[in-house]
Design a protein around this ligand. Structure first.
Ligand code: KG4
Ligand code: ZN
Length: 339
């Protein structure tokens, strides 16, 4: 079957067409327009501007997706769209576009949870991947540890209590003078510094699988302010490397704790921050040592994209989780992905 999928939950508008036949999953088109340059002027995503930019982009991306995929509206079997969680004004754009498209063309409509979508992005490049598995979604808005019981059954077992991991990267990058979003730039800069130059405090969560990154972020900010007050030079590469080391350490500690508790044999790590090369390397070492099969989407499938929504949409469709024109956007979900 062919699924047309829309994503507009934050600052990327994306339209994808993907085909699903038995075990085979193929992306025919994944057209994404990023708003990064617009929001960089303000140092972060401005929700009102994001909504307007999605409106401007979504039609052209849809035409481009059909052209690239070489299919027509009649070939589409279902329409999937991110309906939660995200910025309400941003989500509403794709939700309404998808609803209108589905209604006008008589196609089934599927509302998809964005975090489920990040995990589903992994299926394209790992055709043998099947739940049950353990997953971590690390993005600008979320840091969650999830027990994936089936393609549509998820239990969140750990989450951040404050900043998301990508948010911490971006805020530290901003203090170090990098443009928004600084995550990818921090990744490069960390190669030039000493990861052991500065020891930052780590939040200890005892028995919990939750994360906390705001203390670490504040420690970096205080360090920078202290240096500025003394008129000393700020060791930017060392800070990037030491901060990254602390973040990677926190992730590994929780994954280790979860492994001891739940004995998972397959680990999926997805979301924008899964593109971080230091984290990827550390995860490879961690998994190898413990005999865990590690699955991480390639970088283009880590960030927000329509193809990931198509993949999760496919499983929601198979499970009969269909929506109708009463589908609404939800900015938050109580337990983001507990079925
Ligand atoms: O998943 P995503 O595209 O959007 C959300 O759902 O939030 O994630 C975006 C986040 C941003 O915070 C960005 O700085 C971060 O992912 N990011 C990175 C890297 N590439 C993107 N963080 C660290 N290292 C990277 N290489
Ligand atoms: Zn995302």
């Amino acid at each position: 079957m062919l699924i047309l999928a829309f994503e507009s939950s934050c600052d990327e508008t994306s339209v994808a067409i993907a085909s699903f036949e038995g075990e085979s999953k193929k992306v025919l088109s994944n057209q994404t327009a990023t708003q990064i340059a617009i929001h960089a002027l303000y140092g972060g995503v401005v929700p009102e501007i994001a909504g307007r930019a999605h409106i401007e982009a979504i039609s052209a991306l849809t035409y481009a997706a059909f052209e690239e995929a070489g299919v027509t509206v009649g070939d589409i079997d279902a329409v999937a769209v991110t309906s939660e969680p995200g910025l309400i004004g941003a989500l509403l754009v794709a939700v309404n576009y998808a609803k209108a498209f589905a209604f006008a063309n008589g196609k089934p409509l599927i509302g998809v949870n964005h975090i489920r979508g990040h995990i589903a992005a992994t299926y394209y490049e790992y055709p043998e991947l099947k739940p049950p598995f353990f997953a971590m979604v690390a993005s600008g808005g979320h840091t969650s540890l999830i027990d994936v019981k089936s393609p549509t059954e998820f239990v969140t077992v750990g989450r951040t209590r404050d900043d998301a991991i990508g948010e911490a990267f971006d805020k530290v990058a901003r203090v170090l003078g990098m443009p928004y979003p600084g995550g990818a730039e921090m990744d490069k800069l960390a190669y030039e510094g000493d990861p052991h130059a500065i020891r930052f405090p780590q939040a200890a969560m005892q028995d919990s699988l939750d994360f906390s990154f705001s203390g670490l972020k504040t420690a970096v900010i205080n360090y920078v302010h202290g240096k500025k007050q003394k008129g000393e030079e700020i060791p930017i590469p060392d800070l990037a490397a030491s901060f990254t080391e602390a973040v990677v350490g926190a992730v590994l500690r929780n994954l280790e704790k979860a492994h001891e508790r739940m004995h998972y044999s397959t680990l999926v790590v997805a979301g924008g921050v899964a593109a971080n090369s230091h984290l990827r390397r550390a995860l490879e070492g961690f998994s190898k040592k413990r005999g865990i099969t590690l699955c991480m989407p390639s970088k283009p499938y880590c960030g927000d994209n329509g193809a990931m929504i198509a993949a999760q949409g496919y499983y929601e469709y198979l499970a009969g989780n269909l929506s109708d024109t009463s589908l609404n956007a939800r900015p938050t979900v109580r337990n983001p992905i507990k079925s």
